[in-house]
Design a binder for this molecule. Structure first.
Ligand code: NAG
Ligand code: NAG
Ligand code: NAG
Ligand code: NAG
Length: 170
């Protein structure tokens, strides 16, 4: 025997049970573009956090990905500032300071990439990623586990953005 409230509970849960089906709908543009990235699952999940991804064309997706990258970089910087503030040993403070430099150096190339991209200099925009691409890994190497996940996210978002810019130009 199941409790009498079970049907009611199921009725309440019903919309949530179907939710994954709806959010799994991926636009053709997004599916094709994400298929050409290193981690298509990560690509789709990241883009789906932005509702207008569903209706975006390829250059639109590139700009959305660029925005996601920018947000990730700035939130990593905020996190690093807090870590640096909390650190008691000078050596560890230095480590986070070095990481901050690496992450702060990503911001300017992202802005240049954005400017070149909106003026349709797609290849130049793409080239702006050459140096920043390694910053998150370098940071995780010196700061360790605490920055590993952030580093991976930022790295994959930059790769994705760069790939979308490359695809936009062809
Ligand atoms: C993406 O790749 C998968 C596996 O290779 C394939 O099944 C799917 O049809 C592709 N999606 C698009 C939109 O090209
Ligand atoms: C960074 O990007 C990933 C992938 O889009 C996302 O899951 C994560 O929430 C982002 N982190 C922040 C702090 O913005
Ligand atoms: C990027 O983010 C800014 C600020 O959040 C927003 O105004 C803009 O519409 C976004 N652009 C795209 C292409 O998502
Ligand atoms: C980051 O990426 C590396 C290489 O893909 C992987 O080995 C590691 O487990 C990832 N770390 C996290 C915290 O996701």
């Amino acid at each position: 025997m199941y409790p009498p409230y079970l049907p009611l509970l199921l009725l309440f849960l019903l919309p949530f049970l179907f939710l994954p089906c709806f959010s799994a709908a991926v636009s053709e543009t997004m599916g094709k573009a994400c298929n050409q990235t290193l981690d298509s699952g990560f690509c789709i999940t990241s883009l789906q956090a932005v509702p207008k991804s569903d209706s975006a064309d390829l250059p639109g997706l590139a700009l959305i990905a660029l925005n996601l990258t920018y947000t990730n970089v700035t939130s990593s910087t905020t996190k690093l500032l807090a870590l640096q503030h909390e650190a008691t040993s000078p050596a560890i403070k230095n480590t986070f300071e070095a990481c901050l430099m690496l992450y702060e150096n990503i911001i300017q190339p992202l802005q240049w990439a954005s400017q070149f991209f909106v003026t349709r200099h797609y290849d130049v925009a793409k080239a702006m990623f050459a140096t920043p691409l390694f910053a998150p890994t370098n940071c995780a190497e010196i700061a360790g586990k605490v920055m590993e996940m952030d580093g991976n996210n930022t790295f994959f978002l930059m790769l994705m953005t760069r790939k979308f810019m490359e695809l936009s130009s062809s």
